[in-house]
Design a protein around this ligand. Structure first.
Ligand code: NAD
Length: 256
């Protein structure tokens, strides 16, 4: 018996990193999945491996959302939404173009807004509640020089999750909404930052230097937290923030 037998879920940004690891864990636990991404090669291959449905979809484009929801409803009732797709654009704010600021907002914030706007009616139609998880970050809990725009998007996601938890509680629809806050996690997102491709930004080195547990986290460690939040084990958890950061936000270790 899997923890998610009979449940149907959507994972955005599922072709890589945390999204792909989450797809593996949720499929292992019996969920039927719709995976979406803009990287069709990796997304399609993962869907084939897991027996899932893959759809090309840019989360920030509203026109594509009804087809994503319809694909999930063809698998049964919609129970789970993992709003995971996100990007990070590095650089000081004075050097950042408005175009880049808006692109980051469009994917990280508008994309999460649309995920929720379109999945809640489907969950309400099914009438069995549901679980929505939004990927924020430790950058949504505190500021970050050089990633100020990213922090702004992840802070927005954090309070959007809490507000939606209350909106659903008020509606009495049984839908729980929570945010997840990873610290330094070794995924391809780091390769996409300026300087990442030639390994000048190495999450393992940063993890060793800055994470109290002494290492970067793995995508599967975030996926395990997401599994808790979408399973019945967390039936009384809503409006909550699950920080999975190896102790980064707990404080400082003073070595004498
Ligand atoms: P990743 O780059 O490995 O994966 C992100 C996926 O999102 C990719 O497959 C990419 O193609 C997809 N994507 C990008 N733009 C998209 C769009 N417009 N529409 C649909 N899909 C799109 O990154 P990751 O590390 O797995 O990050 C997943 C989430 O976790 C992101 O929201 C990220 O901000 C968050 N996060 C990551 C870390 C970390 O250290 N890796 C830390 C905190 C938070």
């Amino acid at each position: 018996m899997g923890m998610l037998d009979g449940k149907v879920g959507i994972i955005t940004g599922a072709a890589s990193g945390i999204g792909a690891a989450t797809a593996r864990v949720l499929a292992r636990e019996g969920a039927k999945l719709v995976l979406t991404d803009i990287d069709d090669k990796a997304g399609g291959a993962l869907a084939e491996e897991l027996g899932a449905t893959y759809l090309h979809h840019d989360v920030s484009e509203e026109e594509g959302w009804p087809a994503v929801i319809a694909a999930a409803e063809r698998l049964g009732r919609l129970d789970i939404m993992v709003a995971n797709a996100g990007i990070g654009i590095m650089g000081n704010v004075v050097d950042m173009s408005l175009k880049d600021w808006r692109r980051q907002m469009a994917i990280n914030v508008d994309g999460v807004f649309l995920s929720v706007k379109y999945c809640i009616p489907a969950m309400r139609r099914a009438g069995h509640g549901g679980a929505i998880v939004m990927l924020s970050s430790v950058a949504g809990l505190r500021g970050s020089a050089g990633l100020a725009g990213y922090s702004a998007t992840k802070g927005a996601v954090r309070l959007f999750a809490k507000s939606m938890a209350l909106e659903c509680a008020q509606a009495g629809d049984g839908i729980r909404v929570n945010s997840v806050h990873p610290g330094i996690i070794a995924t391809p997102i780091w390769d996409k930052l300026p300087g990442g491709a030639n390994n000048r930004i190495d999450p393992h080195a940063i993890g060793q230097a800055t994470v109290p547990l002494g290492k970067a986290g793995e995508a599967s460690e975030i996926a395990d937290g997401i599994l808790f939040l979408v399973s019945d084990l967390s039936s009384h958890v809503t409006g909550s923030e699950l920080v999975i950061d190896g102790g980064m936000t707990a404080g400082r270790i003073t070595r004498l």
